[in-house]
Design a protein around this ligand. Structure first.
Ligand SMILES: Nc1ncnc2c1ncn2[C@@H]1O[C@H](COP(=O)(O)OP(=O)(O)OP(=O)(O)O)[C@@H](O)[C@H]1O
Ligand SMILES: [Mg+2]
Length: 525
């Protein structure tokens, strides 16, 4: 039976009373601050005494930022969206949360900004969850020794300064000496062009780089097919300083997702000089006192806590690893400037690039004397470690002898032998960009040069030797190639089979000796 009008009103009133009675009414305090000053990517905010360090702040017009400096009555806030639209007088609220970024496998193959917003026009990123950009590094007790290799595909690195999973290796050098290329080539080598399938997920983090350099890096990674296993995080030179500042931290958080699941990740941070400059800029704008070279005193701590997150985890923690390849730029080869020395002391070694070598055409321009890996040979694949045992020493001796004999003098036979061998070592260490080598090819190249097979081969024919080596090995020593690719090891018979192939193959490259072979000599070229 339908209710009449007064009864309906009564029913409504009763229900409204019930609902009102159930509601807990009270006052809720919310701090609303005010922007005092805005400029160059930062805002000075007052009226938020409850805000904590690194807390995410929201501005009245929708921008966000985080608290970087807390003073008695003022907060230095780093803006994440640039200064557009933010003005003095705007309202600001604390959020009680820190800056978080999306993480998860949905990021693979994507190009994103440091907040995980897509830059590749492929639609929203499918994140598994949001992780804070700053997290404590794994405890010592949760770490394990760095013993598994990361193949870079660059012979000079793999043979002389092997890189391990969980290691932090600095790439240091002047402007335009091939720093980025070393990082990109290492990423390209994880794609499976050279190995069955590398299980390493790669992140390339561009901080403060020119758009053209970023474009080149993205093209190289995507062109090589490495994109499906990579995440590219871009905060270019035109990005707000806040985004550039958080980029390496955000990238680390994305990589930690894989590390903590027992997976393996490799992070290339390009580069930390620009990051340090951004940190200095923010510090000066928020009026922190400048220290050496005008950097604030905590710049070491910023980079140390970033790179400490790279680690090899113990079995109990899943056995995952995070390898870091930070890049730093030097001025005129000055390794002892403030930021480079900081980073050298934070990392487990460095690959030093030399501008002079680069201009002489020795690429990658690795300065063998100034480079080091403090993790040691344990990370090297056993087959390569055995083949390259004396390679570094031989090469170093050659470089010294060469400098010595450059000004004339008639070296004796032994020295001449060393010079011949050294020149061939230098030639095999030469490698074009984006052409990483298989481990099997690296082992064979080192075996060829160290067994003296290449000593009689003219230097100009070495390029041809390298070119056909892969096919020769695949045809003549397929089993050995499989063994070394799969396990990094060779038994006696397999080693012999590679030696046999090399022996035959080098004969096919060797130019005919004119005096011995009158028929060949008579042939027109
Ligand atoms: N192994 C190589 N073989 C041939 N060319 C190379 C090699 N490595 C680097 N290059 C070339 O040298 C130039 C500089 O390389 P790259 O951009 O990697 O240097 P960088 O040190 O990162 O420079 P920047 O200081 O501008 O960041 C590029 O044009 C690159 O193509
Ligand atoms: Mg570069």
């Amino acid at each position: 039976m339908p209710l009449d009008a007064p009864a309906r009103a009564d029913a409504w009133l009763a229900e409204a009373r019930n609902r009102l009675g159930a509601a807990t009414l009270g006052t809720q305090a919310e701090e609303i601050g005010r922007v005092e000053e805005v400029g160059d990517g930062i805002a000075l905010v007052s009226g938020l005494p409850g805000v904590r360090l690194d807390e995410l702040l929201r501005f009245g017009r929708g921008q966000s930022g985080f608290a970087q400096v807390l003073e008695r009555d003022r907060i230095g806030c780093v803006l994440l969206d640039g200064v557009d639209g933010a003005e003095a007088g705007d309202s600001v609220r604390g959020t009680g949360d820190v800056v978080r970024v999306p993480v998860g496998p949905g990021l693979l193959g994507r190009v994103v900004d440091p907040l995980g917003r897509p830059l590749d026009g492929k639609g929203p990123v499918a994140a598994e969850r949001l992780d804070p950009i700053e997290r404590p590094a794994p405890e010592i007790i949760d770490r394990d020794l760095v013993v598994q290799p990361v193949q870079t595909g660059l012979l000079v690195v793999d043979a002389l300064f092997a890189l391990g999973r969980g290691q932090r290796e600095l790439i240091i050098g002047d402007r335009a000496t091939g720093k980025t290329t070393i990082g990109i080539d290492t990423i390209i080598n994880q794609t499976g062009i050279n190995q069955a399938a590398s299980d390493i997920v790669c992140l390339y983090i561009a901080v403060g780089q020119k758009a053209s350099s970023v474009k080149r890096a993205i093209d190289a990674i995507q062109g090589s097919g490495a994109a499906a296993r990579s995440i590219i995080v871009v905060a270019g030179s035109a990005s707000p300083p806040g985004l550039q500042w958080i980029a390496p931290f955000a990238g680390m958080a994305m990589a930690e997702y894989f590390r903590d699941r027992g997976g393996h990740a490799l992070v290339v941070i390009d580069d930390l000089s620009k990051h340090a400059a951004t940190h200095r800029e923010i510090a000066l704008l928020t009026r922190q006192s400048p220290g050496r070279e005008a950097y604030p005193g905590d710049v070491f701590y910023v980079h140390a806590r970033l790179l400490e997150r790279a680690a090899k985890l113990s079995q109990a923690k899943g056995g995952g690893s995070l390898t870091a390849l930070p890049i730093v730029e030097t001025d005129a080869g000055n390794l002892s400037a403030y930021i480079p020395t900081n980073l050298i002391s934070i990392t487990d070694g460095q690959i030093a690039l030399d501008a002079k070598l680069f201009y002489e055409g020795q690429k990658p321009a690795v300065d063998v004397g100034a480079s080091v890996s403090r993790v040691g040979g344990k990370t090297q694949a056993p087959a390569l470690r055995e083949a390259a045992k004396t390679l570094r020493l031989d090469y170093a001796q050659f470089l010294e002898l060469e400098a010595f004999t450059r000004f004339g003098g008639m070296p004796d036979t032994r020295v001449r032998g060393q010079l011949t061998r050294g020149a061939r070592i230098r030639a095999i260490l030469h490698q074009p960009q984006h052409a990483p080598l298989r481990l099997a090819d690296e082992v064979a190249l080192v075996m060829a040069v160290q067994s003296g097979l290449l000593d009689t081969l003219p230097l100009e024919d070495l390029a041809r030797f390298r070119l056909g080596l892969r096919d020769a090995l695949d045809q003549g020593a397929a089993e050995a190639v499989r063994a070394v690719q799969a396990a990094g090891k060779l038994d006696g018979a397999q080693k012999q089979s590679i030696q046999d192939v090399l022996h035959h193959y080098v004969q096919t490259i060797m130019p005919p000796k004119k005096s011995d072979d009158p028929v060949a000599a008579a042939q027109p070229a």
